[in-house]
Design a protein around this ligand. Structure first.
Ligand code: ZN
Length: 307
């Protein structure tokens, strides 16, 4: 089943108003908000040290109605699978950008602040399933976490990390726009939601100058698909796509030049270097201990000696 990306524009449903009330009879030593028996576990502590403190990113793996999509029937994410996927996402996405930018500041500034994990796939009426979706620049939801195999990096990249790179690239161009001439290269060839009906294979889309079928939706999707496809695939894969594309290769290369210059000039990120990093990490990821919840001792708060 082909992964389908859904990008929802952030939508403000109206400001919530909190009525003020008298604080008579309130015990200020106890929170008035009662959590339903939630106990902090090793994964919570690891997340706090490895994602909240350095990046200000919250991973929600416990099922919460308010953060899930009411349009689908969904089941909670498995605890161990959530740990494994978080490790891999951190290693293959966050730390790849850390490596090229030289610090965690870039991802701390721009990466979505919330990752929501859900156990099952989100099935749509047309029989396709959604494996990842993003809302504005705030939240990324990853579905079907319970089915994932932490050793199959290629499949995980196709299912999840491609989507994460795709969504993150949206945040970058929404922060600083790309050259509008990009959208004119394919101009009236963009087909909106009909792209999957019109192009039945990626090869057909590539022959028309789109790196994937989804690229044919609109300019912004085309732009971020090029970034994501470029960094999550090997140079050999890219060369094969160009060979498949035939006359379309010239169009893809023309678009790629704009994408490459945008990333290089705007964000000081060389896509060739980023691709090398992501590809190297994809090989190394097989040896990663994806179940490890050890917090490095130098990151633990200093213990105060007893007097
Ligand atoms: Zn998108």
């Amino acid at each position: 089943m082909k992964l389908k990306y859904i990008y929802y524009a952030a939508c403000l449903a109206g400001a919530m108003a909190f009525a003020s009330c008298s604080d008579d009879d309130i015990d200020h030593s106890v929170s008035v908000i009662i959590d339903s028996g939630r106990v902090e576990n090793d994964f919570d502590r690891w997340l706090y040290h490895e994602l909240v403190l350095p990046y200000n990113i919250e991973v929600k793996y416990r099922y919460e109605d308010i953060e899930s999509d009411m349009d689908y029937q969904l089941v909670p994410a498995d605890y161990q699978k959530s740990i494994q996927l978080t490790h891999l996402m951190k290693f293959l996405c966050l730390e790849a950008y850390d490596e090229i930018t030289g610090s965690k500041d870039f991802m701390r500034s721009y990466f979505p602040k919330m990752i929501v994990m859900t156990g099952s796939a989100a099935w749509q009426n047309n029989g396709s399933k959604v494996l990842g979706q993003a809302e504005g620049g705030r939240k990324i939801t990853l579905f079907e976490v319970n089915e994932m195999d932490p050793t199959n990096i290629a499949l995980l990249t196709e299912q999840y990390f491609h989507t994460i790179h795709h969504e993150f690239a949206h945040i970058l161009h929404q922060t600083i726009p790309y050259d509008p001439s990009f959208d004119q290269i394919s101009g009236s060839m963009y087909r909106g939601d009909n792209c999957f009906d019109y192009y039945t294979t990626d090869a057909r889309a590539q022959q028309d100058g789109f790196i994937t079928r989804y690229s044919a939706t609109e300019g912004a999707e085309d732009f971020v698909e090029i970034i994501s496809m470029y960094v999550t695939n090997t140079p050999e894969y890219w060369d094969n796509v160009m060979a498949t594309a035939g006359d379309g290769a010239k169009i893809i290369e023309q678009k790629f030049n704009i994408v490459y210059n945008y990333m290089n000039d705007t964000w000081n990120i060389d896509l060739n270097t980023l691709r090398d990093i992501v590809q190297r990490r994809s090989v190394e990821a097989v040896d990663l201990d994806v179940d490890d919840l050890t917090i490095p001792s130098d990151e633990k708060p200093e213990e105060i000696p007893l007097s």
